[in-house]
Design a protein around this ligand. Structure first.
Ligand SMILES: [Zn+2]
Length: 133
């Protein structure tokens, strides 16, 4: 048996079971929206931690709380809170491809920023449009 010191340290982890529809491990949970900034922060830290989260405006107890990135299926399920080793955490990260999700999130943030810029430019053009005589 190999011994790894890092395996003595356990990380708290919200474990979402694989998708019941397509068996994909790329599953995550919905978190209710508080503010855009707070959610971007929650998503970023979750991705870094090997967890997938998506924000929703409202989450009633009867709503589906889990989703699958692979097939888009949503369902109501139990999220297990557990402590896992560094090796297990790495495995969850790899299975869910959260590095790619982080990249996508960054891209989206940049795109929405340039989108706002466009809007600002557009509205300034509209404001300064010479009046039609
Ligand atoms: Zn699925």
């Amino acid at each position: 048996m190999s011994f790894k010191l890092s395996n003595l340290f356990k990380h708290p982890y919200y474990y979402v079971p694989p998708c019941p529809a397509c068996k994909s491990p790329m599953t995550g949970r919905f978190v209710p929206s508080h503010s855009n900034e707070a959610n971007a922060w929650i998503m970023r830290s979750a991705f870094k931690h090997g967890e997938l989260v998506a924000d929703v405006e409202d989450l009633a107890p009867s709503d589906d709380n889990l989703f699958c990135v692979s097939c888009g299926h949503t369902w109501t399920g139990h999220v297990a809170f557990k402590f896992i080793t560094t090796a297990e955490l790495e495995e969850e990260r790899r299975k869910r491809d959260t590095k790619k999700m982080l990249k996508l999130l960054k891209q989206q943030e940049m795109e929405s920023m340039s989108g706002d810029d466009k809007k600002t430019i557009l509205s300034s053009i509209m404001v300064f449009k010479p009046p039609v005589i």
